[in-house]
Design a protein around this ligand. Structure first.
Ligand code: DQA
Length: 146
């Protein structure tokens, strides 16, 4: 199974950024755990973080050319703003799981709408970094059953 993990803006600052909201774990640690989990399952995993909307759109288009079978994405602030990134995902028609560290439904009203959720295979929010691992587990388990 070929899986791509995408992290949106400011997630490069995890660990330092609002630790009361996003926790103490940095992005390199999250990515390493996912890499270990994928390796143990014999899956191919790539991770990519960008603060730029266009870079994320281009990475999604590249994923299609690479034959990526599933995407895990935390669009971060683009969750609430980006039709372009949503269109990239629906355009390539690669199934994706939306992950958020915090429970966006329990936060400010502007975080309670996502441009991604209705197009996602599933959504995991509020469980911290474990959310990414659960998303990867779901993808790997589903692939095993097929
Ligand atoms: C986030 C929630 C978003 O509202 C916020 O803009 C982020 C991170 C999360 O993982 O909880 O940057 O996606």
């Amino acid at each position: 199974t070929r899986v791509l993990v995408l992290h949106g803006p400011n997630l490069n600052l995890l660990g330092q950024r609002e630790p009361d909201v996003y926790g103490p774990t940095d992005l390199a640690t999250i990515d390493q755990r996912l890499a270990d989990q994928a390796k143990a399952a014999g899956a191919h995993l790539e991770t990519f973080q960008s603060n730029a909307e266009h870079a994320l759109v281009e990475r999604v288009q590249e994923a299609s050319r690479q034959g990526v079978e599933a995407i895990i994405i935390n669009p971060a602030a683009f969750t609430h703003t980006s039709v372009a990134l949503r269109d990239a995902l629906t355009g390539v028609a690669i199934p994706f799981i939306e992950v958020h560290l915090s429970n966006i439904q329990a936060r400010e009203p502007f975080r309670q709408h996502s441009y991604f959720s209705d197009a996602a295979r599933g959504v995991i929010a509020g469980l911290g970094p474990i959310g990414y691992e659960l998303a990867l587990q779901a993808i790997l388990q589903a692939a095993e059953r097929n």
